[in-house]
Design a protein around this ligand. Structure first.
Ligand code: ADP
Ligand code: ZN
Ligand code: ZN
Length: 831
């Protein structure tokens, strides 16, 4: 192959295709699908990724510019990952380079020079040294040399260089600006032992220390760090260096992996004896693993039902068949305790990938995977791209978590990527949750329907392992409190409960669902909230125009002065922040110790974990916070969980609002009382009959899901219909409206010409409707106004392509006007 097809790293519509480059002779060995290369592009030099190779015959080679450099000895992406990137770019409508770059560790994105060096303990025959034509002599000096330089200086040795890199006698390293630089340790390598012993005898007696060192090395005969050797034998590095002068040892720098968990000891854990229920749950997973067929399972188990132990044993099974496993965990639950469970079972075979690692640490962990030194990757969303060669299993814990969807481009969902990746590997996907996403649940439970997840098996674990009871959940009607004259944040029941915990020196968690606060209108007397009559979505209050708007369809009404339902004047915006609650706690319960955890107190690296461990050490009575306190809650002394305003999330202008609320409440409820002390949950709400709340009180997922799915079906929301949101932004509103309307009518026209119905009634036939353009819920961002169109469709059609084509037709107008467009396929967040 002499031609490389390259995607250059410029994320624009114009460059979203491959460009052909001639592969110069000296680089033939090195250019593969997935290689990172430097290429000339007009007057510039750009980085790119090779996505295909071609022969001379296929192109007019005479006109091709040659590519300049290969940036890594080992291509960072495989052909499999390149194909996955192509799938992602089609699925979520983003330039291919954006999808490919998302798979690379950050350390590989900058201008990073690659180096080659000798591996620790590498041995060469004289013949090899001779064959290498000076290459080995250069490398054996110990200093890493630039890959690009080596390829230029030793063009004939390319094949050998590659062979030795693959064998591991040579290593590829990266040195970028300090933070990614690898740590090196000066290491003493003894020469052959027999010779050493003999030579030790010949050392003059006055150099007694040198003799001692030589004898020690002869006995141990393995490389040892210089500092450690000096310390062990109470000598100086000078003494050891004189042995080097005598030719008895070699001292070379050796790179060390920065293992962020190196200073932690993980107790070894061995597989538990599964309960019969766990055994039954594991069986179909094991069967699919053994058969090496790609299957997806939903493991629906309440918190504490032993899902993690099932993951661990499935991973073991996978490793036994010499295949690899990926475990995805929401970023926020990727705590040291979580990591410990995997490290304890699989030790050094585990690589951990999360965003709190430095670029360099993350790169080291990634390399362990790429080079086959780790077989299990545990990480947040992007760990789905772990560069394994033969994947057997992908586990997604808490699969309903919204953090699996990336909110910036590529706007992929890790669950969908997992299923796609697993197909190619014949791998098994296990989606675990106590409160599965309705889409996942629907796909697993209602068989015989074609869904985007394909065939999903359903495995239920409805009980906790030791039959520990789920905690009792009380619901407090805050309207009643108001009637009785209690205007405080805490109901009488919650206040009493807090007081009693303080007396007993037990701990509590208070959850305030702050998101979406000041944006909806609610009556404090009757709980009425304004919703769109067409979409069943809470109306959003727009301060500027003082009206209420539906941001799905554009419906609007004026701000009410009295409650349309009960005529109470207590209709107002809801608005309390965690800080206000903290003040109220201090005022109501003098001396109470509170840890407040929200976006403001957790921006600093590591602060999240620090707060949690402080709380664990019982240095506070109350852990107060937003959603983030609900995750990873597992504290033995927590006996009370209070939810201050369960309603808040219900009023988000999002059709998933009630699902999210149910998930959150079930999650906190399931977390209390996991240990000896029984737990109690108190939920304060203005809407005690809402099914998100009543079903959560009963820990009744199935009941909730049945109800919610009926509604989804009626309104054509996922999983029965699908959405694509298209957001336009610009400084000028008229410009936006004009572009938005052009888009909407062009897309409607396309649908009409294809005979796709636009009325989205209950018939079930393929249909597509375009809602909007309307002001986005975040109507203005950085001085740019935002309008969106929501494309809602159902049935067998490639709606993404229709949207993409429509935008393509508008591209000139959009570009000329300076309008920015962003597309979200299957959006998770409607804000
Ligand atoms: P989940 O992941 O579903 O929340 P875990 O795997 O954390 O559940 O299990 C809950 C608790 O039960 C843990 O303390 C775990 O050690 C314990 N456990 C799980 N499986 C078993 C088993 N087979 N025998 C005894 N204890 C178990
Ligand atoms: Zn509406
Ligand atoms: Zn009212």
């Amino acid at each position: 192959m002499t031609v490389a097809r390259v995607i250059v790293d410029v994320p624009s519509r114009d460059t979203d295709r491959t460009f052909d480059y001639a592969i110069p002779e000296r680089l033939r060995e090195w250019v593969e699908v997935g290689s990172r290369v430097a290429v000339p592009f007009g007057p510039r030099k750009l980085q790119g990724i090779v996505t295909a190779l071609a022969d001379d015959a296929e192109v007019d080679r005479g006109r091709l510019k040659p590519l300049e450099e290969v940036l890594d000895a080992m291509p960072p992406l495989s052909a499999e990952l390149v194909a996955l990137g192509e799938w992602i770019s089609r699925r979520w409508l983003c330039p291919l380079t954006v999808a490919l770059q998302a798979m690379l560790p950050a350390a590989l994105k900058g201008r990073a020079e690659k180096y080659v060096q000798q591996a620790a303990g590498a041995v060469w025959s004289d013949a090899e040294i001779a064959l290498s034509g000076g290459l080995l002599l250069a490398l054996r000096k110990g200093k890493p040399l630039k890959l690009a330089t080596l390829l230029q200086q030793y063009p004939d040795q390319g094949a050998l260089l590659k062979l030795w890199l693959r064998e591991g006698r040579l290593e590829e390293r990266q040195r970028v600006e300090d933070q990614v630089s690898v740590k090196t340790v000066l290491t003493v390598f003894p020469v052959e032992t027999e010779h050493l012993l003999e030579a030790a005898g010949a050392i003059p007696a006055r150099a007694g220390k040198q003799r001692e060192v030589a004898a020690y090395l002869a006995e141990h005969n393995e490389p040892i760090p210089l500092a450690k050797l000096a310390e062990t034998l109470a000598t100086t590095s000078g003494t050891i260096r004189s042995l080097e002068d005598r030719g008895l040892v070699e001292i070379r720098p050796v790179t060390e992996d920065r293992d962020p968990y190196a200073d932690r000891d993980f107790p070894v854990s061995s597989p538990m004896r599964l309960t019969p229920k766990q055994e039954t749950a594991l069986a179909p997973i094991r069967e699919a693993l053994d058969a090496r067929v790609s299957r997806t399972f939903l493991l629906h188990g309440v918190t504490g039902s032993g899902k993690t132990e099932i993951y661990l044993q499935a991973i073991q099974r996978c490793l036994d068949s010499r295949r690899e496993a990926i475990v995805l965990v929401p970023e926020i639950s990727l705590t040291p305790q979580m990591v410990e469970r995997f490290k304890s079972r699989f030790g050094a075979r585990v690589a951990v990938l999360h965003s709190r690692l430095s670029h360099g640490e993350r790169y080291d962990e990634w390399r362990k995977i790429r080079e086959g030194r780790a077989q299990v990757a545990v990480g947040a969303r992007s760990a789905i791209f772990a560069p394994f060669a033969s994947l057997g299993l992908i586990v997604i814990d808490e699969e309903h978590e919204t953090s699996y969807k990336q909110e910036e481009s590529p706007k992929y969902h890790a669950r969908d990527v997992a299923i796609e990746r697993a197909k190619g590997h014949g791998a098994v996907v296990v989606l675990g949750s106590a409160t599965p996403a309705l889409e996942t649940y629907e796909a697993a439970v209602y068989e015989g329907r074609e869904t985007k997840l394909g065939e999903t098996g359903y495995i239920a674990l409805p009980e906790r392992v030791a039959n520990r009871p789920l905690p009792r959940v009380h619901i407090v009607d805050m309207r009643e409190e108001l009637k009785l004259g209690n205007r405080a944040m805490f109901s009488r029941m919650l206040a009493d409960a807090i007081r009693s915990r303080l007396e007993k020196q037990e701990q509590m968690v208070l959850l305030l669902n702050r998101r979406g606060y000041a944006t909806f209108v609610m009556c404090r007397s009757c709980g009425y909230t304004a919703a769109c009559p067409h979409c069943e979505i809470a109306l959003t209050y727009h301060r500027g125009s003082q009206n209420l708007r539906c941001h799905y369809c554009g419906y609007s009404e004026t701000e009410p002065k009295v409650c349309p339902s009960c005529e109470s004047p207590h209709i107002r915006f809801f608005g309390t922040g965690t800080q206000k609650v903290e003040e109220a706690l201090a005022a109501t319960f003098p001396g109470i110790r509170v840890i407040r955890m929200d976006v403001d107190t957790t921006t600093e690296k590591g602060s999240h974990e620090r707060w949690l461990s402080e709380f664990r050490e019982r240095r506070a009575d109350v852990l107060l916070g937003t959603q983030m306190v609900a995750k990873g809650l597992d504290f033995p002394y927590v006996t009370l969980v209070g939810v201050l305003a369960a309603d808040a999330a219900l009023r988000l202008p999002d059709f998933r609002a009630s699902e999210r609320t149910f998930q959150l409440l079930t999650q906190v409820a399931g977390r209390a009382g996991r240990h000896e002390l029984p737990g109690e949950v108190i939920i304060q709400t203005y809407d005690p009959e809402h099914e998100s709340i009543t079903f959560a009180q009963e820990h009744d997922y199935l009941g909730f899901a049945e109800r919610a799915l009926v509604l989804r079906n009626q309104l054509g929301y996922p999983p029965y219909g699908r959405l694509i949101s298209v957001t336009f932004s610009h400084e000028s509103v008229p410009m936006l409206l004009s572009i938005g309307q052009q888009f909407a009518s062009a897309l409607r026209g396309k649908a009409d010409s294809l005979g796709i119905r636009r009325d989205f009634d209950l018939g079930g036939a393929a249909a597509l409707e375009v809602l909007g353009p309307v002001a986005s819920p975040i109507a203005r961002l950085k001085d740019r106004y935002r309008f969106q169109c929501m494309v809602k469709y159902r049935g067998d059609m490639n709606a993404s392509r229709l949207v993409s084509e429509t935008l393509g037709d508008l591209a000139d107008a959009v570009k000329k006007g300076g309008v920015q467009v962003s597309v979200d396929v299957d959006p998770q967040m409607m804000l």
